[in-house]
Design a protein. Structure first.
Length: 450
């Protein structure tokens, strides 16, 4: 009996230590079995308490009265499948007649308390079937991406969602996106994860970094073109617009609209072209869009209008030509001048890190997901990298990108430097990599002060 007591104490102590220091390990060893048992045992009573049951059918009531049997109890949604995951449980429910998916969503917070889980979210799989994802611990506190993720053309994993699933940046589904965030909010880390995910793919990366290139130029070996000033950015964007026109001419000559070609073979964008003719897709990363929109003189105003016009054209017409925009900034409102709201309307994907005011949150989600505005301004300052991601469908998620240092991103870009395509129209903007001595300014440029 003493040995059993000692072993039990050791197991409890190990479980407590794992839950404190390694919650993911605790969940896989102890938590998943306890949580599954708790859900199965409490399921009927919890659903009844949360108002997620329906009265028995009339024929069952009539049968009970006719046979003098007890009145049947209210019926909860039927469990179709209970599947454990590395972060929680996935419960698939078949709704009863009269129930709606919004009933489950409205009761998610009560389900979280009743089942003693960290978080509960729901989504409709198909008519009458709802998938409830429950997380057993705070997966965003220490982000650990799964070892294996779904790989697809122009689809890269960039962060982890609060329900434990992977958040992907899918350029085929959402061609253009806007990323907002205050200083030290984790916006640069998110951008590094994006570049790290794109580096192994057959894609051309184009960067515009008007902070003299301090964010993107360390990754230069994987970029086909880089601009570090508004003047260079204007010329680079004009070259991209010219490339877009050339790609459209190629698609027009290869549309295959003759009567002997089936409908599925008609080309309308680069992904309908044969592999040997398909142009390389281009992802344009703008590090700070405000630097492109601000001006102080008439000459700078003309340059600014030229830049914004090119960006709007690429946002409106670039998808079919395989040109995708990733625009980052601290604010993105009408105070940046004419054309900005037109550009924002074309940016379907929205990601907002910690913001300093509600107005900035409205710039990101006010026109697509008003519910996400409050969530965006409630992000604490100590949780760098935590963000709200949404799109034009109105749905949104809390996400957090894994911490990727600049050195890790540089090493990854250097590893895949041989995959950098050489685009002739962007050749004048191809970055040159030199030695550290050549890149560091002379000390004479910064004279010491008395």
């Amino acid at each position: 009996m003493t040995a059993f007591t000692v072993a039990l104490v050791l197991v409890v102590a190990a479980a407590g230590l794992l839950r404190w220091r390694r919650p993911a390990w605790y969940w896989l060893v102890f938590g998943v079995a306890l949580a599954a048992l708790r859900v199965l045992v409490r399921y009927r009573s919890v659903m009844d308490a949360c108002g997620l049951t329906v009265p028995p059918a009339r024929w069952r009531l009539s049968l009970a009265r006719a046979t003098n049997r007890p009145i049947p109890e209210p019926r909860p949604p039927r469990i179709r499948r209970l599947r454990p995951t590395r972060t929680g449980l996935v419960l698939r429910l078949k709704l009863r007649p009269g129930q709606d998916v919004f009933d489950i969503a409205a009761a998610s917070d009560r389900l979280r308390h009743s089942f003693s889980m960290f978080g509960v979210t729901s989504r409709e799989v198909r008519s009458g079937v709802v998938e409830v994802r429950m997380t057993g611990y705070d997966v965003l506190k220490r982000v650990q991406m799964p070892a294996e993720t779904e790989t697809r053309a122009m689809r890269v994993p960039v962060a982890l969602r609060e329900d434990g699933s992977v958040h992907y940046r899918d350029y085929r589904a959402i061609p253009h996106a806007l990323t907002l965030g205050a200083t030290e909010s984790g916006k640069s880390v998110y951008q590094r994860n994006l570049v790290a995910g794109l580096a192994p793919l057959d894609v051309a990366l184009v960067g515009i970094d008007c902070k003299q290139g301090v964010e993107l130029f360390p990754l230069a070996r994987r970029f086909s073109a880089l601009a570090d000033s508004p003047d260079t950015a204007a010329e680079l964007l004009d070259a991209l617009v010219a490339r877009m026109a050339d790609v459209y001419r190629l698609i027009r000559t290869q549309q295959r609209i003759t009567v002997d070609v089936p409908d599925a073979g008609i080309a309308a964008d680069i992904w309908d072209l044969p592999d040997e003719l398909r142009p390389t897709p281009v992802v344009v990363l703008v590090d700070e869009v405000a630097e492109l929109a601000l001006y102080a003189t008439k000459e700078e105003e003309r340059r600014r209008d030229r830049i914004i016009t090119a960006l709007v054209r690429l946002a409106q017409l670039g998808r079919a030509a395989g040109i995708y925009l990733e625009i980052c900034g601290q604010r993105f409102g009408s105070e940046l001048g004419k054309g900005i709201t037109m550009l924002r309307a074309q940016l379907t994907g929205r990601t907002a890190h910690r913001l300093n005011d509600e107005t900035s949150a409205n710039m990101a989600f006010g026109d697509i997901a008003p519910d996400a505005v409050l969530a965006a301004i409630q992000i604490p300052a100590e949780l760098r990298g935590l963000a709200i991601a949404g799109d034009a469908s109105g749905g949104w998620h809390r996400i957090r990108a894994p911490h990727t240092s600049l050195r890790q991103a540089v090493n990854l870009c250097n590893r895949y430097a041989d995959r950098t395509p050489d685009l002739p129209e962007l050749a004048p903007f191809r970055p040159t990599t030199g030695t550290a001595t050549e890149l560091v300014p002379s000390a004479k440029a910064f004279p010491a002060t008395a």
